[in-house]
Design a protein around this ligand. Structure first.
Ligand code: CAA
Length: 380
């Protein structure tokens, strides 16, 4: 077992670091202010073919390992958390396709995602069913060779921007989790986008409601069998939550880097505040927790690469996501503290890091849900 990145992974990280500093980070504050989709940063990422990383080679992707994908998420998040989730979301939408869809569907959609020609969203949550997925109301009724889907999905990342929507709907709400079924729905089949959220953080990543009003979806676009949707959703989140952990680590690292630089410049009591032991210890604690979070994230990612040999991925993914995001929240809060009044203003980026960190404790399952998952593993 090696705890070191391979030479290729290290080279990729170094390349990503300079790329993000040059092409992504400079736009982050302005996109955060305007809430515009970060097209410039997204297109720069496409020039590096980053969308292809998570797609297998046989479907036109680069087939990168999960640790490399985590490095991508972390490094982009260090510069712009919104761009980072933008680069992760299509993979989340496509994981059910990669693992459970028919060969025809895979061959049709995955190469387009890999090339960046289209983007995908993952539509699980509803206004009244967030953590409690099984109580969803969006319904799918079989009609000959099609399904008619009616309902609304909430908190959808990339709503209106994405070209495809992986929608979870119930074919029989009396069956709870066992009625949930997954579908791939194209935007042009009648998906509506009535509402976008005005968010505290991750403001350049659009989040909105999607409405399906008797949208006709060919049965060929059902992913897996009827009633398999709940397990498909959980299987998908097991493989995605570690990358949310990676995003959180990137945000935390940005806060450490900025606060450390500030401490060397800012003078008080006759010298730089970097000489004050109380503040040095704060920065040290921030780094220690972030390093531990990074290691846990890489461990969960390597479990995915190894094919989950011990069946511990569900637990490790939940542990990595919750630990890394709790770390990002406390580290960014401390970074604001280290900058004092300046940290509380929009002239400095640490308040944005703090706002962006918050969502990592909430999406892809709240950190309370992650603890439900961890406890279930311990007590089974
Ligand atoms: N993999 C495969 N199967 C799983 C599974 C997993 N990880 N977890 C549970 N299952 C199976 C169980 O074995 C069980 O199967 P059987 O009935 O055959 O035994 C079935 O699924 C039901 O499991 P539970 O009884 O454990 O389900 P539950 O209703 O108690 O829910 C939960 C458990 C952990 C709370 C789950 O509902 C959950 O994770 N909720 C959070 C949802 C979430 O993360 N939402 C985020 C939305 S995505 C997002 O944020 C996207 C974005 O845009 C960024």
């Amino acid at each position: 077992m090696s705890f070191d990145l391979t030479p290729e992974q290290r080279q990729f990280r170094d390349m990503m670091r300079s790329f993000v500093d040059e092409r992504v980070a400079p736009h982050a504050a302005e996109y955060d202010r305007t809430q515009e989709f970060p097209w410039e940063s997204y297109k720069a990422c496409q020039e590096l073919e980053l969308s292809s990383l998570g797609i297998p080679e046989e479907y036109g992707g680069a087939g990168a390992d999960m640790v490399t994908q985590a490095i991508m998420a972390e490094e982009i998040a260090r510069g712009c958390a919104s761009t980072s989730v933008t680069m992760l979301i299509s993979k989340l939408g496509m994981l059910p396709v990669m693992n459970f869809a028919s060969e025809d569907i895979k061959r049709h959609y995955l190469p387009k995602i890999a090339s960046g020609e289209i983007q995908a969203s993952y539509c699980l949550s509803e206004a009244d069913a967030g953590s409690d997925v099984a109580s969803m109301r969006c319904r799918a009724v079989r009609d000959g060779d099609d399904y008619i889907i009616t309902g609304s999905k909430y908190w959808i990342t990339n709503a209106g921007i994405s070209d495809t929507y992986t929608v979870f709907a119930t074919v029989d709400s009396s069956k709870g989790a066992k009625g949930v079924t997954a579908f791939l729905v194209e935007k042009d089949w009648g998906v509506e986008f009535p509402k976008h959220e005005d968010k505290m953080g991750l403001r350049a990543s659009p989040t909105g409601e999607i409405v399906l009003n008797e949208v006709r979806v060919p049965a060929t676009h059902r992913i897996g069998e009827e009633g398999e949707g709940f397990k498909i959703a959980m299987h998908t989140l097991d493989r995605s939550r570690p990358t949310i952990g990676a995003q959180a680590v990137g945000i935390a690292q940005a806060a450490i880097d900025y606060a450390g630089g500030y401490m060397k410049q800012r003078k008080a009591f006759g010298g730089p505040i970097a000489n004050l032991q109380g503040l040095r210890f704060m920065l040290a604690d921030m780094a220690i927790r972030t390093e531990a979070a990074r290691t846990l994230v890489y461990r969960a990612c390597s479990q995915i690469d190894e094919g989950d040999p011990e069946g511990t991925l569900t637990y490790l993914g939940a542990a990595a996501k919750s630990f890394a995001s709790d770390t990002a929240m406390s580290v960014t809060t401390d970074a604001v503290q280290l900058l004092g009044g300046y940290g509380f203003t929009k002239e400095f980026p640490v308040e944005r890091y703090m706002r962006d960190a918050k969502i990592t404790q909430i999406y892809e399952g709240t950190n309370q849900v992650q603890r439900v998952v961890v406890a279930k593993h311990l007590l089974k």
